[in-house]
Write a protein that binds this ligand. Sequence first.
Ligand code: TPP
Ligand code: SF4
Length: 286
Amino acid sequence: MEPVKLTAKDYKTSVPIVWCPGCGDFGVLNAMQQAAAELQLPPENLMVVSGIGCSSRIAGYINSFGFNSIHGRALPIAAGAKLARPDMTVWAAGGDGDGYSIGTNHFVHTIRRNPDITYIVMDNHIYGLTKGQVSPTTPHGDVTKSTPQGNPERPLNPLALALELGATFIAQGFSGNVKHLRDLIVQATRHKGFALVNVKSPCVTFRGRQEFNVIRERGEYLDEKHDPSDWNQAHEVTQWTDKVPLGVIYKIEGVPTLEGVAEEARQKALERRSFESTTELIEVFR
Ligand SMILES: Cc1ncc(C[n+]2csc(CCOP(=O)(O)OP(=O)(O)O)c2C)c(N)n1
Ligand code: SF4
């Protein structure tokens, strides 16, 4: 008998969606559900781990294993899940506040370890859930609830940071283009290693509906002239100031994954079985 083909509908849940009407995160949710269908991921083989924030509610809206965890802590939990169950597809998701502020430490070290997980960041340039404070990606000069005179700080550049840290897959999407975003998530999931998909996903309540138009006007889709395996080209793209790059910015295959390295160490330990000393045992796991 032919196996039943899964569709995006199979990844919906009955959990009521409490996002504001028009929130960009609806586009991200649709793209993730469509990507899961495209990849034919059995829901029981998919894990979605999020932090805390409006965007992090997404873990409850996808029919899969889900963990709406602690603010800034989605990545270590997702990496741990992948280590325990390398056969599962693991997606981490959350906001710019979650991932690039309180979670920066985990962002840095997860990239360094290269677990085979996909990290989808709904970058809306604001703290939405806590009602509109400045975030690490709020543009310089923008007025927010916590910066009434305008943001005095320069924004963090997550794409450049990820590239510098040695991320093996870096892409940027827009929640206003679900089909393009779905394709990015599919490619990120197929990539063997840590994949960052930063998504421009406007918060209509605290940044206004015009943010969709701003990204539409400034968005530049990368075409075949861009070679994602070329680090220097990728670096140049991450430095754009007038345009917003959309597409796969950087991609490199063949870098050992966290779970691959762990499995190798386990095999070595099994082969050895007996050890002269504790120091020798520790050496095996180094
Ligand atoms: C340890 C801790 N510190 C602070 C908070 C309060 N808090 C909850 S969500 C959030 C920021 C949310 O912003 P972001 O991650 O960008 O998500 P968004 O709501 O914009 O989707 C903060 C500061 C918390 N829940 N836990
Ligand atoms: S406050 Fe902003 S991020 Fe949160 S649900 Fe509303 S529009 Fe979306």
